[in-house]
Design a protein around this ligand. Structure first.
Ligand code: MG
Length: 378
C-alpha cells in the first residue's frame, strides 16, 4: 500500500479514476500533470492540493499559473515539467496515465528515483521495454501494471512466475469485430470511440477498434513478464469478464475475472500487495449469460497482425509502429484520413523506417520523431 502518489495525465480517463482511488484510499497526491485541460486540472489542484503541477502545452501552463495564482503551488510546463513531476521525491508512486510515448522519459525518471510505477502508459514499454525493464530491475523499482489484461496476468502469476507456460491475452475484439475492410472503410471517429464494454479515452478507444491496442498489449506483456512472442496467445473474448489468463507448466489455467471497470486495477496497483474492499459492482454468476472465446481473425485485424510482426522483428520496429499509430490515429480523429488508412500509414512507416537491433534511448526517440514525420508527410 502506497501513501503518496503523483499522477501523470490526471485529467484523462485513467487519471480521473486514479484521483478517485487516491481519495478513497487516503493516498496523498504529490503532483498532477495534464496535456492542456487547464479547467479540470485547476479543479483537481484545488481539491487535492498537490505541491506541484505541470501542463505539457506551454500556453495552457501560462493560463493555469494565472488561474491558481492565489495558491501555494509550483507550475511547470512541457516535457521538463512532466519529468519534474515524475521524479518529485515527495511521492512513493507514480501513475503513468499519459497517452503515448511522451510517457517514456518521465517513467524512466520515476524509476531512477526507485518509485513504484503504476503503469497505465503502454506505449512506454512498447517503444523501450528492454531499457525500462532493465532500469527498473537495476534500481529495484516495482512496476505494477494498471492495464486490465496485464493486471490480470500479474495477479495470476503472483508467487508462481517460474511456473508460467503461456500467457492467454484476452481482448473483446472491439466494436467492429468480424467486419471486413470494405465494411470498416466508412467508419467515423464517433463510431470508433464507442467501445461496447469499456469507457476510455479517444486514442485507446480507436486502438481497441483496430485491435492495435491488443497488439500494443502483446508487446507490453512480452516486456513485463519476460516472455517471447511464442509464449503469448491472443484470445478474443467479447464479454470482457475474464481479463486475461495464464497457463502453467502442468496445464492448469488461472484466470482473473471482475466487472470491466478500470477502477479495480487502478486500486490494486496502489494497494498491492495488499487488497482492500472496493465500491465496484460484483460479478453475479447466476445472472451471467455466455462467456465465449474465439481466435482473432488476423486478416480482418491487420493492425494486430502488424504489431505481432513488429514484436518478432524487435529493435526499433515496435517504437516506429507505436509512434506512427499515434500520429495516424490523431489524423483519423481529426477527420483527415479514413479508418482503414490508419493501418495503411502505420504499415508504410514500419516498412520505410530503418531498423537496428538493441537501440539506445536516443535511437528510440529519433525513430519516434521519424515515424511521426513519415505518417504526416506522406
Ligand atoms: Mg487493456
Amino acid at each position: 500500500m502506497i501513501h503518496s502518489v503523483s499522477i501523470l495525465g490526471s485529467t484523462g480517463s485513467i487519471g480521473r479514476q486514479s484521483l478517485a482511488a487516491a481519495e478513497r484510499l487516503g493516498v496523498r497526491v504529490a503532483a498532477l500533470t495534464a496535456q492542456k485541460s487547464v479547467g479540470l486540472l485547476e479543479e483537481q489542484i484545488r481539491k487535492f492540493k498537490p505541491a506541484y503541477a505541470a501542463v505539457y502545452d506551454k500556453k495552457a501552463a501560462a493560463d493555469l499559473r494565472v488561474a491558481v495564482a492565489d495558491m501555494d503551488i509550483d507550475i511547470g510546463e512541457g516535457m521538463d515539467g512532466l519529468r519534474h513531476a515524475a521524479a518529485l521525491t515527495d511521492a512513493e508512486a507514480v501513475v503513468t496515465a499519459v497517452s503515448g510515448s511522451v510517457g517514456l522519459r518521465p517513467t524512466l525518471d520515476a524509476i531512477s528515483q526507485k518509485k513504484r510505477i503504476c503503469l497505465a502508459n503502454k506505449e512506454t514499454l512498447v517503444c523501450a521495454g528492454s531499457i525500462v525493464m532493465k532500469a527498473a530491475a537495476d534500481k529495484g523499482a516495482q512496476i505494477v501494471p494498471v492495464d486490465s489484461e496485464h493486471a490480470a496476468i500479474f495477479q495470476c502469476l503472483e508467487g508462481r512466475r517460474d511456473q508460467l507456460h503461456k500467457i492467454l491475452l484476452t481482448g473483446s475484439g472491439g466494436p467492429f469485430r468480424g467486419w471486413t475492410r470494405a465494411q470498416t472503410a466508412a467508419v467515423t471517429p464517433e463510431q470508433a470511440v464507442k467501445h461496447p464494454n469499456w469507457h476510455m479515452g479517444a486514442k485507446i478507444s480507436v486502438d481497441s477498434a483496430t485491435m492495435m491496442n491488443k497488439g500494443l498489449e502483446f508487446i507490453e506483456a512480452m516486456h513485463l513478464f519476460a516472455v517471447t512472442p511464442d509464449d503469448i496467445q491472443v484470445v478474443v473474448h467479447p464479454q470482457s469478464v475474464i481479463h486475461s489468463m495464464v497457463e502453467l507448466v502442468d496445464g492448469t489455467v488461472l484466470a482473473q475475472l471482475a466487472v470491466p471497470d478500470m477502477g479495480l486495477p487502478i486500486q490494486y496497483a496502489m494497494t498491492w500487495p495488499e487488497r482492500v474492499p472496493s465500491p465496484y459492482e460484483r460479478l453475479d454468476f447466476w445472472r451471467m449469460r455466455d462467456m465465449t472465446f474465439e481466435a482473432p481473425d488476423l486478416e480482418k485485424t491487420p493492425c494486430l497482425a502488424l504489431a505481432m510482426d513488429c514484436a518478432r522483428l524487435g529493435g526499433l520496429a515496435p517504437a516506429v509502429m507505436s509512434a506512427a499509430n499515434e500520429a495516424a490515429v490523431a489524423l483519423f480523429l481529426g477527420g483527415k484520413i479514413g479508418y482503414n488508412e490508419i493501418y495503411d500509414r502505420v504499415a508504410e512507416a514500419v516498412q520505410r523506417a530503418p531498423n537496428v537491433p538493441d537501440p539506445t534511448l536516443n535511437d528510440i526517440l529519433a525513430a519516434d520523431d521519424e515515424a511521426r514525420r513519415l505518417v504526416l508527410q506522406r
